[in-house]
Design a protein around this ligand. Sequence first.
Ligand code: ATP
Ligand code: MG
Length: 366
Amino acid sequence: THSSKRSYKITLLPGDGIGPEVISVAKDVLVLAASFEGIKFEFREMLLGGAALDATGVPLPDETLAVSKESDAVLLGAIGGYKWDKNEKRLKPETGLLQIREGLKVFANLRPATVFPQLVDASTLKREVAEGVDLMVVRELTGGIYFGKPRGFGTNENGEETGFNTEIYAKHEIDRITRVAFEIARKRRGKLCSVDKSNVLEASMFWRRRVQEISAEYPDIELSHMYVDNAAMQLVRYPKQFDTIVTNNIFGDILSDEASMITGSIGMLPSASLGDSGPGLFEPIHGSAPDIAGQDKANPCATVLSAAMLLRYGLGEDKAADRIENAVLDTLNKGFRTGDIHSAGTKLVGCKQLGEEIMKSVDSQA
Ligand code: ATP
Ligand code: MG
């Protein structure tokens, strides 16, 4: 397994806006937490997004992809900003993000939605509904209707204009995302809910059949199925019923955003994108927040928690991951907050200081 290795190559892609600020904090926390487990890192910092465009003329330089591919995991900050908004499509910072996901062949997107006990009031839901929510959406990322062919514009039999797309999943695409989701459910609370629209769509009927068949390999996991319309409703009605959710690309796109809004804390939410072999890509769900960039106001927690996911799902270093997650909780317990999660009675601090407080909590654990 990964855990026998103990020395890892990490590629850092700070990107734009608040990216460099939050990556700097996450790197320090990662190094400190891992040192308690005897883990060493070799870091390479590379250009991506607007920063890469300005320096090299392309949003994903070849060298960035090459170095990323050779590493054990990639930690990304955020990309984009007003400055490049007028650029043509091919030269947008965001193109770099799509290209690196494609280049690393990451097909599983993991998006936890956690309501932190200290931040329940940030939730869009009533306290009693929000309290204790801790779920993970596993979204298929490289197939389905966003990529299916045929696609395009045409005309129907009446000569009227049309637009069309195709929802298509091959067996191996469903099987591999399903296995990733079962493995994650096993690391969590042992429950997996597969979301589809198998009452209407053949692609979903096939999806459900494959998930059912693969479930035989995971007798310890409690599997359920839900139609996507019901899942969207249940997520706001009673989100605590969910542990791990697995779903296709388009449903996952929508449900993972819905789930993150339940928490109300965009600055607290990490994500991971995993492939079969090769490095995973770990990044906060928030954007580059150009409105607060360079002001030491950013909340580094989403990126720090992405570093914890890197340890857990990228390197199999669960103990170091636990240490980071506990430190974030401990820091919130002590009342330290950046502006985005600040409320009466808590201590307002900047990005750097919050990072230092998290490091103190990493240090003080047994
Ligand atoms: P993108 O299209 O890249 O997702 P966006 O404009 O949709 O970007 P964000 O860049 O995430 O979204 O910013 C949305 C709002 O949330 C902004 O007001 C921003 O300042 C705030 N925000 C985002 N991330 C953080 C953070 N880590 N700490 C504090 N505030 C944040
Ligand atoms: Mg956005």
